[in-house]
Ligand binder design. Sequence first.
Ligand SMILES: O=C(O)CCC(=O)C(=O)O
Length: 265
Amino acid sequence: MSSDRYTQELAEHGYFMVRQGFTPTDMQDMKARLEDIVRGQFAKDGRRFQADTESGRYEDVEKSEMGYRGPNVAYRKIADLEFDDVFLAKLQSRWVRDICARFLGPVTSVMRVTMMDKPARGGTPLPWHQDVSLDWPTPTQPELAIWFSLDEATAASGSLQVIPGSHRHGVIGRGHVLPTELESRYAPDSQVVTVEAQPGDVLFFHAALLHRSGVNVSDAPRRAVNAILMPGPAMHTRRNKPYPVLHGEGELRPADVARLTAIPN
Ligand SMILES: O=C(O)CCC(=O)C(=O)O
C-alpha cells in the first residue's frame, strides 16, 4: 500500500491522488445512477437539486434548497448522495475505508456528498473555498474530503484547482469561501495547481485546503463528486442529532438507504 506516500503528501501538499482507485465498472455504475436520478428515477423526497445560473456568476447561484424540477433542467449540484445506495456502496469500498481509517480513525462521519456538474461549454465558476467553516452546524470540523470526476477532468473541462500547502493555514477567518480581498495573500495565481483526473482517479484532500473550479470550455460534461468527512461521531447542532456515519459503528447501509423514500433530516 502507498500509505506512506499518502501520509507524506497529505501533510506536505494537503492532498494526494489515488490513480484508478475506482474501477471502470464502479464508474459506469455511478454514471448510470446519476443519469437515472436526473431522469427522475430513484426519487427521494427532500433531495436537493440546485439549478445552474444563466448568468454564469457565482453570486447568482440559488441559495435556497430546491427539489427536482424535471429531467431537462441543467442541475449544477445534486446533494444527499450518501443516501443513494450506489454512491454509498462505492464510498464504502474496502480501499476507501482503509484510507479514511488511517486519517480519521475508526469512525468517519459524513457532512455531505454532492455532485457538481460543469456542463459542456458551460458551468459557473466556484470561488476559492475550504471545506471547513466555523459557521457550519457542527463542533467537529471536517478533516478530509474526497473528490473524483465521472468524466475526464482537465483544465479545459473545469477541473479542480488547489493551492498546495494552504491547509496549513487551518480555518482562514471563519472558513468556507475565501473573501476576495484575501485571494492575493492566500491564493496567488503563481501557486495555483490544476488537478487533472481520468475517470477512476480519486483525490483525497485536507478539508482546509483552498480549492476552486472554473467553467467548462470543452465539448463534454464534467460531473464530479465531493464528499466532506469528519473524524469520529459528529453532532449536527441545528438538528440535534448525529451526522450519518460513512464507515464504522452505526454506518449507513446501502440496503437500508435504497429503501428510503425521503432524505432523513
Ligand atoms: O467539483 C467541483 O468543481 C468542486 C466541488 C466543491 O469543491 C464543492 O462542491 O465544495
